[in-house]
Design a protein around this ligand. Structure first.
Ligand code: AVJ
Length: 327
């Protein structure tokens, strides 16, 4: 499945439409009903997500960029020279520029991204901006096993970069599994540079997922438009609404699509009934304290070597190495 950018194929984390239908039907037979969050990201969904990142309430992107700008030199120093930088889910790779500006003699940059178009664009942009850094794109799903390309020269270490608090989309068990997979891919002397959103005032957390302009609500409901198109279903978007609430016990924002009426929806040959007020679970965004995240890292055989915070301590960028590593 891994391929060079020259022969990119269609996005294939998105399974073929007949499989999407099966996945959607299975999720809607479950109790409570649920749909996987990758269904957010059709073309319109990806565009809406970029708009979310610009909303005043969505502090995550702003804080992480500010943090990378103010601590970039220190972060690069912690990683050391001759690093091979592998970015998981690189998208448009906006934060990568800051890192590449500061890294000493990086051996290569390997963006791993499932969507071919953003991958192609970021390769073009970064090659022009950093002509001395070889870019070796990989069009693949980072949750699956990766075959990393051979480096143009030996690297001192491989660092996996995973910004954006994307780790928050995975529940505790899945997150530990993903970190353990990264630990294998980075090797003995490797590291993980990861963006982790922090626990904070519930009002701020809930506002970030309920922006006043309604972009997040549009993003959430767009999932139903995507499902309609991919599976020939007939969800009426006017009869559902977005809901995002913080669950303090679980430490996460839970996003649901709520039926505002009693109704039936055709999903392929399956007729799915909704009660008024019935909620489908579509996304988790887990929030961590520094202690929580250190415990998660530990479960994956890793330890936290450095933590960088923005001035308001809203967001963290953390550098993880193998537990007991000395170099
Ligand atoms: C891209 C997964 C980090 O959970 O904050 C933003 C996605 N969903 N607003 C997040 C998202 C609603 C975002 N991540």
């Amino acid at each position: 499945m891994n391929s060079q950018v020259a022969d990119l194929r269609d996005d294939d984390r998105r399974p073929p439409d007949n499989l999407v239908l099966e996945i959607v039907q299975r999720g809607l037979r479950a109790s409570p009903k649920r749909l996987p969050s990758w269904l957010f990201y059709d073309e319109r969904g990806s565009h809406l997500f970029e708009q979310i990142c610009e909303q005043p309430e969505y502090y995550l992107t702003r804080c992480e960029i500010a943090l990378m700008q103010s601590h970039g030199a220190q972060i690069a120093q912690a990683l050391g020279p001759d690093v091979r930088l592998v970015e998981y889910g690189s998208g448009h790779a906006i934060k990568t520029d800051i890192l590449l500006q500061h890294l000493a003699a990086p051996v290569a940059y390997v963006p791993v991204e499932i969507s071919p178009e953003p991958l192609r664009q970021s390769v073009q942009r970064l090659t022009a901006r950093f002509p001395q850094v070889p870019v070796q794109p990989l069009c693949a799903d980072f949750t699956k096993g990766l075959r990393l390309p051979v480096s143009p020269r030996g690297a001192r270490r491989t660092v996996i970069y995973f910004p954006g608090s994307t780790i928050g989309n995975f529940d505790a068990a899945e997150a530990a599994t993903l970190l353990r997979k990264m630990r294998g891919e980075m090797g003995e002397s490797g590291g993980i540079l990861i963006g982790v959103d922090l626990k904070k005032d519930v009002v701020l957390l809930e506002a970030a997922y309920n922006d006043a302009a309604g972009v997040t609500a549009e993003f959430t409901l767009n999932m139903l438009a995507h499902v309609n198109r991919a599976t020939g279903s007939d969800f009426n978007l006017g009869r559902f609404r977005h809901r995002a609430r913080y669950n303090p016990m679980a430490g996460r924002i839970e996003t649901h699509i709520v039926s505002t009426a009693e109704q039936s929806v055709s999903v392929g040959r399956q007729l799915v009934r909704f009660r008024e007020g019935e909620a489908m679970q579509v996304e988790y965004s887990c929030k961590y304290s520094l202690e929580d995240f250190a415990a998660l890292a530990h479960r994956a055989g890793l330890e936290v070597r450095n933590v960088w915070l923005d001035p308001e301590e809203m967001f963290s960028v953390q550098y993880l190495v193998r537990a007991g590593a000395t170099s």
